[in-house]
Design a protein around this ligand. Structure first.
Ligand code: DGY
Length: 328
């Protein structure tokens, strides 16, 4: 008599980036997991590697455009992205192919807002140049006139995109004495706005912002929204912070604007064409540059992984549910 217990066949999942260990172990409780381990993004190899997989979880830098989604093998039943942003995934194409796309809202809100506040302070105090002075051993004697920045107290913080992250940035900036102004698709209810002033147009928000903090999701109609016309509306010596997506900015216009000396500071976590950013960024004065680390805390990256894996697993009747970006 054959006493071998038939092995239960688990669905096969391809993840295109290396998750924290706890997420890897958790994923393996549901899936037969394959991880793209290379240092470079999976790119065009995705379609080869996904052959025979039941599920696919991509990273924010991996494009799932119309053509890629159309070419996914029929074995793939569900998609996930290790991000809240879904701008790299064509949700319409996924829906048309009956593929749900799970993502990671909420769990990263506070971490991204923490980093935004750090960047606001970095832009106002130009901590990047000050640190460079120290590291280059150019730190001379203390002088009342050297390494001066701007006080946050009394400045107008303009928040472009007052969703979860925008509201969390506002909550952090208020105790620093900043007044909060925002532009959003629609005006928030008073209990969410908490006294912040609403501007129906982005132009109006730009004109009143001493610090503009970009928190809006990247939607096709918002690409390049921070353009030459709008940058010119900012008050002289304004500052710009971006924790959302690089393609919301017209970088060419920004470089020109900086060269005219119209901004007193920039602090960025996101860029066009990451990670191969325009080299002109590196030469910009009074600029703090971080490599897209808004959600990069141990706790948050684990929570994001668990959430997206739970979502994808829910397709197979496993896990504890997730957030679908394209509910049917
Ligand atoms: C997201 O989740 O969309 C972030 O940008 C990646 O941390």
């Amino acid at each position: 008599m054959n006493t071998t217990t038939p092995s239960i066949k688990r669905p096969r999942l391809l993840m295109t980036g290396i998750p924290p260990d706890d997420v890897k172990v958790y994923t393996q409780t549901f899936f037969d997991l394959t991880i793209w381990q290379e240092a470079t993004p999976i790119g065009a190899q995705l379609l080869d590697r996904v052959a025979g997989m039941d599920a696919l979880v991509v990273m924010p830098g991996d494009k799932l455009d119309v053509a890629t989604i159309a070419a996914l093998p029929a074995s793939v039943k569900v998609l996930g992205t290790y991000s809240v942003g879904t701008d790299h995934v064509d949700l319409k194409a996924a829906t048309a192919k009956n593929l749900h796309v799970f993502h990671t809202p909420d769990v990263l809100t506070e971490a991204v807002a923490d980093l935004a506040l750090f960047l606001i302070i970095a832009a106002a105090r130009d901590t990047s140049s000050a640190e460079k002075t120290l590291r280059d051993e150019r730190w001379g004697r203390w002088a009342p006139s050297s390494m001066l920045g701007r006080s946050l107290q009394g400045l107008h913080l303009g928040i472009f995109g007052m969703g979860r992250i925008g509201q969390a940035v506002a909550a952090r900036a208020r105790p620093f004495g900043m007044s909060i102004h925002y532009h959003n698709r629609s005006e928030l209810a008073p209990d969410q706005a908490k006294g912040a002033s609403y501007y129906a147009t982005l132009d109006e928000l730009m004109a009143c912002s001493d610090v503009l903090c970009i928190c809006a999701p990247s939607a096709p109609e918002l690409k390049g929204a921070i353009n030459a016309h709008r940058l010119a509306l900012l008050p002289q010596n304004a500052m710009l912070v971006n924790v959302a997506r690089g393609d919301l900015m017209d970088e060419e216009a920004l470089f020109t604007h900086m060269s005219l000396g119209r901004l007193s500071g920039i602090a960025m976590d996101v860029y066009r064409n990451e990670p191969n950013i325009d080299p002109r960024w590196l030469a910009l004065p009074r600029t703090t540059l971080l490599p897209h680390i808004g959600s990069a805390t141990r706790e948050v990256r684990s929570a994001m992984g668990m959430l997206v894996v739970d979502g994808v697993a829910s397709h197979f009747g496993l896990g504890s549910g997730g957030h679908c970006a394209n509910p049917a």
